[in-house]
Write a protein that binds this ligand. Structure first.
Ligand SMILES: *[C@@H]1O[C@H](CO)[C@@H](O)[C@H](O)[C@H]1NC(C)=O
Ligand SMILES: *[C@@H]1O[C@H](CO)[C@@H](O)[C@H](O)[C@H]1NC(C)=O
Ligand SMILES: *[C@@H]1O[C@H](CO)[C@@H](O)[C@H](O)[C@H]1NC(C)=O
Length: 351
């Protein structure tokens, strides 16, 4: 740096301001959060160089003796980073089943070669999206196996003709999944989002609800709005109960994000996000999605969450369980969740 630059008053002022900002960050977030920020700084992932999601998965073979099986390594030996995702071919159920020989009836899996350190339930709200579902299963099963997780995939199918109610289906999914097992983490997963990097771990943050789909291709790999909590998120059962689950009263349009963000705050928590270089997703590109490319606007909140959250959620979810069936690659829980209440006309445009 030249002497004249240092003496330049503008430059000195710039330095002073810069230092003040740095001290402010340290003061507000604590040193650890600053350093965590540095560690999370974008990795040099090259998304133009991708690997098949099934690469080296056949390394994982059954251990000779289950009793002496070691714990899985914390870092999976077969991670590759960016994955090749295309929707050109339509995978058959038979083919997916053949490529995933260790998946059990009902869509659950435990690593055959080691004891899993972590149990994750994947909960997918669903209504007439069979094509997207097939693509998701083709990618998600090997993706989760790469991470050496014990997992189960639950499809929560909304029966009838009523408008889709994603948040209510998720409440039901959490309740039904916890009947099977004491899951460590609940992954609330849209059917049409495929993760692009196998380092994007499907495990929960210990302290806070985690939003995982922070960069979706259809939204130019950026957040559509700050309270966005859609797509894929991960909460421990404890987080989920602390916020009384999700609101049951949002039908159709995705108005529930602000409500959920408010619940998290009211319960004394905050949202953490997977960094954008890692939380990358491709949206299944089918005709039915034509026209969804535009950036979604943040929908107007419907309710005063502060008043409603303790009465509307897990403790008030009502539904009729129509069937619970184990398919080859998932458990299909079909429910009747009733109809959206008919609104007075002046409220119609808000839903
Ligand atoms: C897969 O395994 C082979 C054999 O050990 C190894 O050489 C190769 O690097 C692995 N591929 C990837 C993408 O990690
Ligand atoms: C759903 O809509 C279809 C076609 O409009 C109709 O035939 C069917 O009876 C409806 N089902 C219910 C449960 O209302
Ligand atoms: C789930 O089960 C319901 C009821 O048996 C059935 O109508 C539906 O097709 C199933 N969906 C899938 C994707 O398996």
């Amino acid at each position: 740096m030249s002497l004249s630059r240092v003496e330049n008053p503008c430059f000195l002022l710039f330095l002073a301001v810069f230092q003040a900002i740095f001290i402010l960050i340290l003061y507000r977030g604590g040193a650890s959060s600053v350093f965590r920020g540095f560690l999370d700084a974008p990795q040099p992932w090259d998304y133009s160089k991708t690997q098949d999601v099934y690469t080296n998965l056949s390394w994982f073979t059954r251990a000779p003796n289950e009793e002496t099986m070691p714990y899985c390594t914390a870092h999976s030996p077969i991670f590759v980073g960016p994955l090749t995702i295309t929707f050109n071919a339509f995978p058959s159920e038979k083919m997916i089943t053949k490529k995933n020989p260790f998946v059990q009836f009902g869509g659950s899996y435990s690593p055959p070669h080691c004891l899993a350190r972590y149990k994750s339930a994947i909960i997918i709200p669903h209504k007439n999206q069979e094509k997207s579902l097939r693509h998701l299963l083709y990618y998600l099963h090997p993706f989760l196996q790469r991470q050496q997780l014990h997992y189960g995939i639950y499809l929560i199918q909304q029966a009838g003709n009523a408008t889709f109610n994603r948040a209510k289906l998720l409440n039901i999914g959490v309740r039904e999944a916890m009947k099977d097992e004491d899951w460590d983490c609940l992954l609330l997963h849209d059917v049409d989002l495929i993760p692009e990097n196998d380092y994007n771990l499907y495990v929960c943050d210990e302290y806070y609800p985690k939003h995982m789909a922070s960069a979706i291709d259809k939204f130019q790999y950026s957040l559509p709005y700050w309270s966005f909590f859609g797509g894929v998120s991960a909460l421990t059962p404890d987080h989920y109960m602390k916020i009384n689950g999700f609101p049951n009263t949002y039908w159709g349009a995705r108005g529930e994000d602000d409500d959920i963000a408010a619940r998290i705050q009211l319960a004394g928590m905050k949202i953490v996000r997977t960094p954008v270089h890692l939380g990358r997703y491709k949206m299944v590109d089918l005709e039915q999605h034509a026209g969804s490319e535009e950036h979604p606007r943040r929908p107007a909140p419907l309710h005063n969450t502060r008043k409603t959250w303790k009465d509307d959620g897990m403790n008030s979810v009502e539904f009729k369980l129509l069937s619970r069936k184990k398919h080859l690659l998932y458990t299909n829980i079909t429910v009747d969740i009733g109809d959206a209440p008919t609104l007075p006309p002046e409220d119609k445009d808000r839903v």
